[in-house]
Ligand binder design. Sequence first.
Ligand SMILES: CC(C)(COP(=O)(O)OP(=O)(O)OC[C@H]1O[C@@H](n2cnc3c(N)ncnc32)[C@H](O)[C@@H]1OP(=O)(O)O)[C@@H](O)C(=O)NCCC(=O)NCCS
Length: 237
Amino acid sequence: MTRSRSASSRSAGNALAASGWASVRTPARHPGWPARLGPVRVTGGVVELRKPRLRDGAAWSRVRMRDQHYLEMWEPSAPGTWAERNSNVAWLSQWSALRSLARRGQSLPFVITLDGAFAGQITIGNIIRGSLCSAWVGYWVAADLAGAGVATAAVALVVDHCFAVSGLHRLEATVRPENAASLRVLAKLGFRHEGLFKRYLDVAGDWRDHHCLAITAEEASGGMVAKLRADGRAGFG
Ligand SMILES: CC(C)(COP(=O)(O)OP(=O)(O)OC[C@H]1O[C@@H](n2cnc3c(N)ncnc32)[C@H](O)[C@@H]1OP(=O)(O)O)[C@@H](O)C(=O)NCCC(=O)NCCS
């Protein structure tokens, strides 16, 4: 079993390396971190992923304050007002928590950029290794960039990275049934529907049902970015 898992990861890695898709430094205990992923060209421009920076605070806060109504109906409830949680000052604790989780090998937190400018975030969280080698993926993109293929490219990049470089075997995403755009992102990439989690997560002040969608390394062995290119949804950077 271990042999076939390594072989499938290796062959995905070879296919991706051949496409010149990522440059990575690989510390021993957290393979695949830190990393810069991309570029991938989509309708909206050139998508790249990089680690969050302390100086992202102003852009992060500006977008999230502007897009409160677009974002908060999909995000987990948390203490404090939206303004308190998304101020420029709040970024310091967010950034620090993300950096600490990444350093401990529990997360791969990325900022999404479009043509070099801050466009959103995508995070691989709750990384469990051992015989599970699994994690979740979560993402958001600025409202004024919606529908331009940005989130799809970002998810494709992290899926390829997790399977080919980080040594994970399964990724899952949980999505409210009402979130048609997010379900469409995952459908375009071939995520499989696994079930409905009833009253799963406190979002916007109530316990909300969520679909669970997942993908394994074997299902993504040809590479997600390669699939987007083959489907005519992405080009080279
Ligand atoms: C979900 C989200 C990340 C998608 O980002 P995006 O960059 O617009 O995604 P893409 O452009 O790659 O793909 C979106 C797809 O959904 C489709 N779509 C958008 N709104 C839709 C709707 N109401 N019904 C059906 N499809 C819809 C788009 O047409 C596109 O599909 P297409 O390429 O076949 O045309 C973004 O809308 C967002 O940040 N929403 C708020 C936060 C959130 O929901 N995060 C995910 C939580 S699970």
